[in-house]
Design a protein around this ligand. Structure first.
Ligand code: DQA
Length: 147
């Protein structure tokens, strides 16, 4: 029950970047919260961030062999990346898309997501709590698949 939590561009600046939109928690804070919850849920975790689209694609390929599920905040690539959509389409397990902000309340270009064409669920506007919700959902979906 290994899950990948993937984070796209600029999320390394979480806590410093537009805190009125994304809050004051850092990505390291989000990671430690995810690690505590994963332990509770009996999930093993790889928590990763890259500013490079191809790196995210490579991690999704790696997850094909290694992981039971993926939680992904593709950040700006959400709205542009056919490559990340295609990579996720080559992954068999559950995929949950996470956005810290409510993208539907923001600029129109954030209203469309390529990744949503693949995601089993989408969480937006729950702040960094959305990551925990995604892990809980992945645990449920991975168990349902194993039955
Ligand atoms: C985001 C929303 C995206 O539109 C934006 O480009 C991000 C972060 C979010 O978590 O709210 O970088 O995915």
């Amino acid at each position: 029950r290994l899950v990948y939590v993937l984070n796209g561009p600029n999320l390394n600046l979480l806590g410093k970047r537009q805190p009125h939109i994304y809050g004051s928690e850092t990505l390291a804070d989000v990671e430690s919260g995810c690690r505590a919850l994963a332990a509770e849920l009996g999930l093993a975790l790889r928590f990763l961030q890259s500013n490079h689209e191809g790196q995210v694609v490579d991690w999704i390929h790696e997850a094909r062999e290694a992981a039971g599920g993926i939680a992904i905040n593709p950040a700006a690539h959400t709205h542009t990346s056919v490559a990340i959509l295609d990579a996720l389409n080559a992954f068999d397990g559950p995929v949950i898309e996470v956005h810290i902000s409510n993208v539907h309340k923001r600029e129109p270009f954030r209203h469309h997501s390529y990744v949503s064409l693949r995601a089993d669920g989408v969480i937006a506007g729950f702040g960094t709590q959305g990551y925990g919700l995604a892990l809980r959902r992945l645990a449920t979906l991975i168990d349902a698949k194993a039955e």
